[in-house]
Design a protein around this ligand. Structure first.
Ligand code: ADP
Length: 191
């Protein structure tokens, strides 16, 4: 399968770009943020546990996240052409687990695309999104915590994929189509 990872700070545009990638390459979008929010909305015990972390800007613990992700991958239709991982892996442990999972499935990840956006722009976008998103985590206090978590826990994932020769960094400023073109350039080069 053609599997790619979209990475970057919260609000860097991963979700928006995923929609365009799905359309162009016929891949399946797998957003752990969306999966978590659906679980919270269902009101389940697992959802309550998840919410105690997400509403506070913290990552959901690795064991819970990895289990949720693996269940989703196992339930994919057999004609799935490839996956866009959006918001996963967010820690080094998740990255290593993902690579091991792919190997067990006789599959692999092709590239991690890091969408780079300056921090002041990230804060501006997330505050703007908070006005309409209804998301409990789009407020300045939680945004700051999420950025610290991103720097401390998620950035090491970039270095890990770089060491595997599967890392590409693109500029996340500009219009949505411009950023999409940069992603296409990377993907067409990798395949
Ligand atoms: P962002 O705005 O950072 O892109 P997402 O919508 O991807 O946020 O995720 C929202 C929240 O869900 C995160 O702040 C985190 O608490 C939780 N979450 C999502 N993906 C993961 C993951 N891979 N590991 C742990 N927690 C996660």
């Amino acid at each position: 399968m053609r599997n790619i990872i979209l990475c970057g700070a919260p609000g860097c545009g991963k979700g928006t770009q995923s929609e365009f990638i799905v359309e162009r390459y016929n891949l399946t979008h797998l957003s752990t943020g969306d999966i978590m929010r659906a679980e919270v909305a269902s009101g389940s015990e697992l959802g309550k546990l998840i919410s105690s972390y997400t509403s506070n800007g913290q990552l959901v613990p690795d064991d819970v996240t990895i289990q949720i992700l693996e269940q989703h991958i196992d339930s994919l239709p057999s004609d799935t052409k490839g996956l866009i991982f959006d918001g996963y892996p967010r820690t080094l442990a998740q990255a290593k687990e993902l690579e091991a999972l792919m190997e067990r499935r006789g599959d692999s990840t092709a590239v991690l695309i890091d969408i780079n956006v300056p921090e002041h722009e990230i804060i501006r976008r997330l505050i703007e999104r908070g006005k309409t998103s209804g998301r409990a985590d789009d407020n300045i206090e939680t945004i700051k915590k999420r950025l610290i978590v991103y720097h401390d826990q998620t950035r090491p994932v970039d270095a890990y994929y770089d060491s595997l020769g599967k890392y590409a960094r693109i500029k996340g400023m500009g219009t949505i189509p411009e950023i999409f073109e940069r992603i296409v350039e990377v993907m067409d080069r990798m395949y």
